[in-house]
Each structure stands twice: as C-alpha cells, then as structure tokens.
Ligand binder design. Structure first.
Ligand SMILES: [Zn+2]
Length: 453
C-alpha cells in the first residue's frame, strides 16, 4: 500500500472500495463529507488496449463518482486520477486515464452503487423513478441498473413445467380513429399478448408472446428444447380455438384442459343475454327497477349455494309471477346452475377424483335441461359444452385450471399502475415477468441454500 498512514488506512478500510485509497476526509462547502481518493492499484497504470504498464505521466484528472448512501447522507468522492501515455510502439492507443474494476472507465458511479440500485428497484421500490431518487441517479441509469440485475434470470431457459396455462392479455386500451377518407371510425390499436404460465407449479409467468394467434404461440412452444416440451402433459386454456390449434401443432402429446371458471363465466353471460333479450321482447324496452328480472339480476348470477334459502325462494317466486319473461329466465338459470353443479366435481386439494358415472349423470342433467327449452342462447351454450367436452372432462378429472393466468394478469395490471403505465413494451414485459416469477426465485434460493456445498 502506498498510502499507509494510520488514519488514511482506517478511512480506506471504512470506505471499502477496492483499488482506491482515502488520503483525507473533510467537509465540502455544502457541509457534506468529502473523501479525497487516490488510485491504489498497480494494474490501473496498465494500458487497457495492450496491457503494458506505463510509467509516463501525461497529466491528471479529477472525477466525482457517485457511491451508495453512506450513513445519514452520501459521501462525496473526489478521485484524483493519472493520465498515462502508452509507450508501446505497436499499440494504437496514445494515452489513457486509469480506472479500477470497482469504478470502471467513463462510469460516473461505483459498481456497488449500480448493483445496489438495480437490486433495490427489483426487490423493494415501486418503480424505477423512486429507486433512482433514493440512490441519487437519473432514470436511464437506474433503469439500466435494473435491467442488468434481472436480465440473467429472465433470459434463462424456462424451468421444467408439467401443466401449462395459456391466456390472452390485452395491452392497453383499444384506440379508435376516424378514417379521413370515409369518415368512419376504425380500430387502430387493439394489441394482445399471450401469457404462458406454470398452471400447477410455482414457476410463474414463463413468457409473453406477441399477439394471440395459433402461429405466434406455436412458434414460442416449438422454440423450446425438446425435453422441456416432452415434460408438458396438460395445457389449460380458455375456450380458444387458436390456442387449441397451437397446442395441436407444437405439443401434440399434451392434453388440452378447458378452464372451468371460464365456462362459468360463459354460462353467466348466457343468462344475462337471455334476461335482456326476454325483457326487450316482452316489454319493448330495457328493464326497470320495478321489474323482478331487473331487481334480481345480480342474484341470478350468484351461485345458488351462496344465496340464503329465503332470498332464493323470494327470487324464484317473484320471477314465476312475471309471466313468460320470468319462466324463460328461470329455465336459463337452471341450465347455468346445472353446468356449475357439473363443474363443481373438479377435484381440489383434499378432494378425490370424481367417479365417471357421477360426471356423466350431471352432464346428462345439464343437456336434458338445455334441450327442454327453445332459447337460442341456451342451445349455443350446450353446443359449446359438446364441442369442448373432452377438454372439459380433462379438467374434471385432473382439477387443472387456468386460475394462475388470471392471478398473474392481475399482478401485471398492478405493476402497470405502479409504473403509471408503460410506454415501452419491452420494459412492460420485463417488469411484469419479474413480478410474476417472485415465488419461483424465492423457492430456487431456498433449494440452493439447502444443497450441501
Ligand atoms: Zn497500449
């Protein structure tokens, strides 16, 4: 060590930046602590191009690299650097300013500030801006520190997954604009992403795929290693023909599972359509508060077992008294409830796989109820169930669903609100994937920690 007076040695050790030594610490005009640094690294005089150590001083330069907060406020660093000439005849470089690995050339901050800022934004701060403010760096620097922190994790190949969930995510609002030629309103932005998640494990959101077509999803799936694809046994989707096609193309051995919660939503939508349709037909206008079907519109969509018996009885009687409208709506309501009764058979943790005879009995009761009326909306729902039956049945025997996708979509929206919206879609994907893989990182860390060596 060249600068080894007792005090400066203590200050150098306290600062703890490899390659620089503190010569003195004083107070700057603003009342902050100012540490004067000199280079204390033999390698700093080596030319970065040819590696030959120089002894010819060309001049001096002073830099003020920013460092992590130190105590109650930052310590201002003032580093006196030497500029060297490179005397190696074959080297194209004329001169260079010394640098050390902890504070690289041209960097205005220390490596440890960059990594603390990246880790802070990834783990604790709500957004890039608030992390940047805390560490006293600008948004672009804070953002690149965050990217450097998360990139390795996010670009790693996906962990093995046995049940995939595929779901669409709308990106931003739809935008319309008036076509100057025709004067009509046309859709100019209706952008969709496809989220691919681990539907039964904890690997989280595996990828965002641009668009929601069979081709784009199949392209991502076929881009994965053969062993990874072979490990996928089931894929849970909403009733989307394009995703089903993508699975047929890229994972022909995997079983398609229809998400049962999506089916319940379809049944509820069907009931609402029937109610609106019947009201318009009978009353020639939309519903009023005094009409029983309007007053009960939310109760109709509530699961039967969640209604108190007296509430259910009142709703039933009020609708029965409302002539054809009420009877038609009650018929559709019963169809909806029979479908729910069927879907309730799906095993959850702690319950066993339902018997096939029970499944076919409840399915028959649903079709029987649907066939007993001539309401087109009901028939359409029955046809959907028929078309997708193998996939629905797979859900009833395995219990798999796409509920995780819904959860990650919610988390993604939360990230968007924290960031006050995203303008750059790559940043959006990066932040959402980072948020939706938190549990996986935690578990991987535990496993690594528990492993010997
Ligand atoms: Zn050189």
């Amino acid at each position: 060590m060249r600068y080894s007076s007792g005090r400066s040695r203590a200050a150098t050790r306290l600062l703890g930046i490899e390659g620089v030594a503190v010569v003195e610490v004083e107070e700057d005009p603003g009342g902050r602590r100012l540490a004067r640094l000199v280079t204390d690294d033999e390698g700093a005089a080596a030319c970065p191009t040819c590696g030959v150590v120089s002894t010819s001083v060309k001049g001096h330069a002073v830099t003020h690299p920013r460092d992590v907060p130190y105590g109650e406020d930052a310590v201002v660093l003032e580093w006196a650097k030497t500029r060297w000439r490179c005397r190696e005849s074959s080297c194209p470089r004329g001169s260079f300013t010394e640098s050390v690995p902890a504070i690289p050339a041209r960097s205005r901050l220390t490596c440890r500030l960059r990594s603390a800022c990246g880790a802070g934004i990834a783990e604790s701060f709500r957004c890039v801006q608030s992390g940047g403010d805390f560490y006293g760096v600008s948004w672009p620097i804070a953002h690149s520190a965050f990217v450097a922190h998360v990139q390795e994790w996010l670009t790693a190949p996906p962990p093995p997954v046995s049940v995939l969930g595929i779901d669409e995510i709308s990106r931003g609002k739809r935008r319309w604009a008036r076509d100057p030629a025709t004067g009509r309103w046309v859709l100019v932005a209706d952008r969709w992403l496809t989220g691919i998640v681990d539907a039964a494990g904890t690997a989280g959101l595996l990828a965002h795929v641009e668009g929601r077509t069979a081709a784009s999803v199949a392209a991502w799936l076929t881009g994965q290693p053969q062993a990874w694809r072979e490990a996928v046994t089931h894929v849970a989707i909403d009733l989307s023909a394009s995703y089903a096609n993508a699975i047929r193309l890229a994972l022909p051995h995997a079983v398609v599972v229809a998400d049962r919660f999506h089916l319940v939503r379809l049944a509820n939508d069907m009931l609402t359509e029937v109610r609106q349709h019947a009201t318009r037909e009978l009353r020639g206008r939309r519903g009023r508060t005094r009409h029983p079907e309007w007053a009960n519109r939310r109760r109709l969509l509530t699961a039967h077992e969640r209604l108190r018996p007296e509430t259910f009885a009142r709703m039933w009687n009020e609708l029965l008294d409302a002539d054809e409208v009420g009877v038609e709506i009650l018929h559709a309501y019963t169809v909806k409830e029979r479908l729910r009764h069927l879907l309730d058979l799906a095993p959850t943790p702690g319950t066993s796989v339902p018997d096939r005879s029970v499944i076919s009995h409840r399915l028959w009761r649903f079709f029987d109820q649907a066939a007993g009326c001539d309401i087109p909306e009901v028939h359409r729902l029955a046809e959907t169930v028929e078309t997708w039956w193998p996939a629905i049945e797979a859900g009833l025997t395995t219990g798999y669903s796409n509920a995780r996708s819904e959860g990650y979509n919610r988390l993604g929206k939360h990230e968007g609100r924290n960031a006050f919206g995203f303008r750059n879609t790559r940043n959006q994907e990066r932040r959402i994937r980072w948020a939706c893989t938190r549990q996986h990182r935690r578990e991987t860390a535990i496993i690594c920690h528990a492993m010997p060596g």
